[in-house]
Structures are given as C-alpha cells and as structure tokens.
Design a protein around this ligand. Structure first.
Ligand SMILES: [Zn+2]
Length: 79
C-alpha cells in the first residue's frame, strides 16, 4: 500500500497517511481539525514509496544488462 502525503492549508501541518488506493483521501487535519487538507502530488503520481527496496526499473534493467555483457566479454578475454 502506498503512503500519501498531505498538507493542511490552514496550519501548514504536513503528514503522511498510509492507505489503500481505494481509500477516501484525508480531508480533515489531525492537528487543527479543519477541512483544509490537500494531498501533495509528487512526480505526477501522488504516491510516495519509502524504504530501501525502492529502485527505478529502467536504470536497474540497463545496468544489469550492460554488466552481464561486460562480465561475459571479460570471461572471454581471461579464458
Ligand atoms: Zn491544520
């Protein structure tokens, strides 16, 4: 499940809410109780992934494929 980031426009309190995509977005500020909470949109998705497991698929694919061909040619050279 993704973590959504919200900001209260009334008191500028920023908080993260761990919720399913199907859940209703947070509308009430947990600090001041006003209905001024807006979801922060980051990178056009509005979803923030946290943790060490995060990586970009494209860069991993590119580096692993180039590394495989690199080690393959190295093996040929040494043998
Ligand atoms: Zn607030």
């Amino acid at each position: 499940m993704p973590t959504y980031e919200y900001e209260c426009r009334a008191c500028h309190h920023v908080f993260e809410q761990f919720q399913a995509m199907s859940d209703e977005p947070v509308k009430i500020c947990p600090v001041c109780g006003k209905h001024e909470v807006k979801r922060l949109i980051g990178g056009g998705t509005g979803i923030i992934f946290k943790g060490s497991g995060f990586y970009i698929n494209d860069s991993k694919k590119a580096s692993s494929s180039s590394c495989a061909s690199c080690s393959a040619s190295k093996k040929k050279e040494t043998a």
